[in-house]
Ligand binder design. Structure first.
Ligand code: GAR
Length: 198
């Protein structure tokens, strides 16, 4: 049975594009929805151009009503009947009520070698720490932020002249390689960890 994948984004959606483009041929999954909390997210247009149904649920009118925002997201997701949800640059923190409802079905990509540097500004923090290695992680989403079982990591050597910007630009192509590789395995029911070294 082909798995149905919903992808949640907040921005340009380059990881979403990498995931969607990978889901062809004998791939065990297909994209059924791209949803953004930002109606102006550039990734929505890219998804529409690829023929994927899109939805925007603006978090701003909900203010501090996180439960209301998440109920709206949940309803849109349920309507699309996904087997797997991929967070791909989705920049809203999700509450345990939401994450537990989809536990075991929801993946996230994070731009650090977790458990290092949960949260924001990961590239700057790796440089400040003098790390020799940096990269990205795909993990299952659990209640704790940027936590949960690690399904794959891609790593690179930090260069002496790297800046947060150059590091981000060098990690992004690794994300585009890692996330589709992990999704393909995960959709086939295989949680074996993937490690990519560049
Ligand atoms: C990616 O680098 C992703 O790892 C990061 O946001 C970027 C989204 O880019 N995600 C996080 O920081 C999540 N905490 P994209 O919209 O081009 O895929």
């Amino acid at each position: 049975m082909t798995k149905r994948v919903a992808i949640l984004i907040s921005g340009g959606g380059s990881n979403m594009v990498a995931l969607a483009e990978s889901m062809t041929g004998d791939h065990p999954a297909r994209p059924v929805l791209v949803l953004s909390n930002d109606p102006d997210a550039g990734g929505l247009r890219k998804a529409a151009d690829m023929g994927i149904p899109i939805a925007a649920i603006d978090h701003k009118p909900f203010g501090k009503d996180r439960a209301g925002f998440e109920a709206a997201i949940d309803a849109a997701l349920r309507a699309a009947e996904p087997d797997i949800i991929c967070l791909a640059g989705f920049m809203r923190i999700l509450t345990p009520a939401f994450t537990s409802a989809w536990e075991g079905q929801m993946l996230n990509i994070h731009p650090s070698l977790l458990p290092k540097y949960k949260g924001l500004h990961t590239h700057a923090r790796a440089l400040e720490a003098g790390d020799e290695e940096h990269g990205c992680t795909v993990h299952e989403v659990t209640a704790a932020l940027d936590d949960g079982p690690i399904l794959g990591q891609a790593r690179l050597r930090v260069a002496p002249d790297d800046t947060p910007e150059t590091l981000a630009a060098r990690v992004l192509p690794l994300e585009h390689a890692l996330y589709p590789a992990v999704l393909r395995r995960f959709a086939a029911g295989d949680r074996t960890r993937i490690d990519l070294q560049s």
